[in-house]
Write a protein that binds this ligand. Sequence first.
Ligand SMILES: Cc1cc2nc3c(=O)[nH]c(=O)nc-3n(C[C@H](O)[C@H](O)[C@H](O)COP(=O)(O)OP(=O)(O)OC[C@H]3O[C@@H](n4cnc5c(N)ncnc54)[C@H](O)[C@@H]3O)c2cc1C
Length: 434
Amino acid sequence: MEPVIIIGAGLAGCEAAWQLAKRGVPVELHEMKPQRMTPAHHSPDFAELVCSNSLRSDQLENAVGLLKEELRRLDSLILSCADAHRVEAGGALAVDRHAFSAAVTEKIRSHPLITVVEGEVTALPAEGNVIIAAGPLASEGLTAAIHAAFPQSATLNFFDAAAPLVSFESVVMDHAWFASRYDKGTADYINCALSREEYFAFWKELTAAQEAEVHGFEDKSVFEGCMPVEVMARRGEDTLRYGPLKPKGLKDPRTGREPYAVVQLRKDNAQGSVYNLVGFQTHLKWPEQKRVFSMIPALKNAEFLRYGVMHRNTYLRSPGFLNRYYQVKEAPRLMFAGQITGVEGYVESTASGVLCAIELARRLEGKAPADFPQETAIGALALYISNESVTDFQPMNVNFGILPPLGYKIKGKREKNAAISQRALDALAGLIIQ
Ligand SMILES: Cc1cc2nc3c(=O)[nH]c(=O)nc-3n(C[C@H](O)[C@H](O)[C@H](O)COP(=O)(O)OP(=O)(O)OC[C@H]3O[C@@H](n4cnc5c(N)ncnc54)[C@H](O)[C@@H]3O)c2cc1C
């Protein structure tokens, strides 16, 4: 059998390669790292998490928790490596990013049916089945080739930012304490307290701090789900206190009261030597990040191991261009997977790789499509991005709004969401997928 060509060994590309290979389909996986790095990738390993180390909620009452459970049941490589390298993060699935990527890389490189080819792909392969999983930062050469082949699909852009990392030993714990919100679960976060005066001084400097030049960026083109902290701050003096600096449910043990505002730090590696600033994605100039973020009392001596950065993300105008199997309608041997299709997030990118590969393997075996129904999160996402009636197409996180309503009333949001999740898992169990 001719190998399937996959471009990009990120989350979607590795997952697609794994799903195909485990079904006996040979794969040629092209990755430009480490010869060429995107502005956000730094490691030679595959499936690199470019920003947060969190794959978000792991609860079934949450849509991304449901999507994860579906992926586990579909034997996702990304989920199994994430579960194996999780670090404590309350109800979320967070991972040791280096151990996670190393595990994925090892599984991919050691699979007998996967051949890794190093180097940038700058032209669309002329023949064969091809999955383009080059991510939101696909190289310019490849993006130009996509444009040339499908000018009508016109790629769209938005901006996304990453948050800084600090060393644990530099956090001044006299101004911080370990806890999770409402003391639920284990005390996984470091909570950095700010008094009213400290908050306003910080807020004022943040709104006026110097930003790095990002070509073509305006505040209005940011993705609402990953908004730079300084952009959020400019929306009003209390916006941060209702967002990432929300103090609710976090009582400072020294005063017995909720502080005026709280910055949370989440463990970024298994040893707990590195922490990231939750919700602090930013595109301030690096010296400004150091100056302004060091105004948070617990971070006054912070050692910044990585500064936040911001990038332009590219995605396709998928509705009308791709079908529910992530195939290009007018050239079905070409498929796209991952964030470039307009699904948004680590887990969503992984899910598109799973679905695209399962359906491709079935076509190659002459089987009918699995047709993941809209009742499943994985199916709902594919149906959303390929839905021609969606006009103002924006990157889409998985959410219960894209699944059909239950059709009957259930009291309580958690209970309702749990029922939607159960229906999804039942629907998935009903699909016969080898
Ligand atoms: C700055 C930034 C921050 C983000 N933060 C988060 C976050 O915190 N949480 C979250 O859930 N999502 C986040 N995302 C969104 C998204 O989930 C990630 O981008 C995710 O990695 C997408 O997975 P992917 O497989 O589509 O692409 P990627 O993981 O980016 O993988 C694409 C791979 O293709 C390779 N490649 C690119 N072009 C070529 C080429 N021409 N030839 C060969 N190889 C090529 C790249 O080197 C890369 O390894 C962020 C995105 C960006 C850009």
